[in-house]
Design a protein around this ligand. Structure first.
Ligand code: ADP
Length: 400
């Protein structure tokens, strides 16, 4: 009977899942999919290892599905389709590990209580990430679960890189830069030695450009700085998030425009970025296809902001040897990669147009001073690896 690890990535309205066979040399994907639209129009879809659809179900417009119901549906799917598979552990993506959890951890009621306390630092994500851990613990009390944190990879940053210039009375509450997308960066760091050994050893900026977007400055595979800070709204312009903003703007919104905290949250997280600036869409594909002048301006601002922040990350690294593109836009948009590389031409990046067209992995010329790469990320595999490693340690500990 093959053993599998289930990876869950739960948000406010969706649960993404992947199951990996642990018997193979490298963890092998068995099935993946998601339940989305939990509270509007729930829809379940799953794919097999070849990317073919293996199941689909809709609950209809206006239906509401609690996270527990979605997980029950997922469990039934896995049992039905996973004949011969035995669930040995569940790994979860958890956005915030705070100052204490700088590595993945086996969950327990005590650990969950600690993670609950971090909810004020990530109110939009943390509670939804923790809910499935409790649900699985209730239904499958014998199955070990592992929480993997988006912040953990950045724990190697220096106190300087983590600090805000605020009084200690404020920073002692945990108000500092944490950085996010850490599981993606960790996966890239693990893939670099095989694909680009010099970039793995050197000063590399990884651009995770998805709906959320950030840059990570890595030296020899360790995080030195990141554009995201206390929350995942900082740094680059994103699909619907604004990125860097003068804090004075928030005071203006409060005092002069009469907005309250929730209005401002909605503005900064859901109505800004590509969507807010273009007024057309927060989806890069739609903007690239649009003839609208505001869509063009939004793309200009998007790439300009990456160029500026690339300068900041490179300064933190005291130089630049390589840049790596990943996530939806980074992996699939040759146009955005080209524009970012053009912005950064002064660094000595020379794009190989043909290689960029075909998607890399190397997209810079051999004479380029700074090399450029496209590497697809795989956060789920990273979570599965951590989960397996902790379960093996735990089993060894239990049998010692
Ligand atoms: P998430 O952060 O939600 O995981 P993704 O990493 O899937 O998101 O990235 C989503 C973004 O990638 C969207 O803006 C989407 O338009 C963009 N994207 C996906 N494919 C392409 C493409 N071929 N060209 C341009 N943008 C693309």
């Amino acid at each position: 009977m093959a053993d599998v690890i289930l990876v869950l990535n739960a948000g406010s309205s969706s649960i993404k899942f992947s199951a990996f066979d642990v018997e193979s040399d490298e963890l092998e994907l068995v099935t993946h999919g998601q339940v989305e639209g939990l509270f509007s129009a729930p829809h379940f879809i799953a794919f097999n290892a070849n990317g073919e659809k293996s199941a689909e179900h809709s609950w209809g417009e206006g239906a509401k599905l609690e996270h527990a119901d979605a997980i029950a549906h997922l469990g039934a799917y896995l049992r039905g389709h996973g004949v011969g598979h035995r669930l040995i552990g569940v790994g979860h993506r958890v956005v915030h590990g705070g100052a204490r959890f700088t590595k993945p951890v086996l969950t327990s009621p005590e650990v969950l209580d600690e993670l609950d306390k971090l909810t004020p630092l990530a109110p939009l994500h943390q509670p939804h990430n923790l809910t499935p851990i409790r649900i699985v613990a209730e239904r499958n009390p014998g199955v070990p679960q592992v929480a993997c944190f988006d912040t953990a990879f950045h724990a190697t940053q220096s106190p300087l890189a983590q600090a805000f210039a605020l009084p200690e009375s404020i920073t002692k509450n945990g108000v500092r830069r944490y950085g996010f997308h850490g599981l993606s960066y960790e996966y890239i760091a693990s893939a670099l030695p095989d694909i680009a050994p010099d970039a793995a050893r050197g000063r590399t900026v990884v651009a995770h450009l998805g709906n959320g977007a950030s840059l990570c400055a890595m030296h020899a595979g360790k995080s030195v700085a990141s554009t995201m800070g206390f929350t995942a709204v900082d740094g680059l312009m994103m699909g619907t998030r604004c990125g860097n903003l003068d804090p004075g703007v928030i005071l203006y919104l409060l005092d002069e425009l009469g907005m309250n905290a929730r209005d401002i949250e909605d503005l900064l997280y859901r109505k800004s970025g590509l969507l807010g600036v273009s007024g057309v869409s927060g989806d890069m594909r739609a903007l690239l296809a649009s003839g609208d002048e505001r869509a063009r301006f939004a793309i200009d601002l998007y790439t300009y902001r990456i160029g500026r922040e690339l300068g900041s990350m490179s300064a933190a690294l005291q130089g630049l040897d390589a840049i790596v593109f990943t996530a939806g836009i980074g992996e699939h948009s040759k146009e955005i990669r080209q524009r970012v590389c053009e912005q950064a031409a002064w660094w000595g990046i020379e794009l190989d147009a043909k290689a960029n067209e075909s998607g890399g992995p190397r997209i810079s010329t051999t004479s380029s001073k700074v090399s450029a790469w496209v590497i697809p990320t795989n956060e789920e595999l990273m979570i599965a690896r951590h989960t397996l490693a902790l379960i093996e340690d735990w089993r060894e500990g239990a049998s010692a």
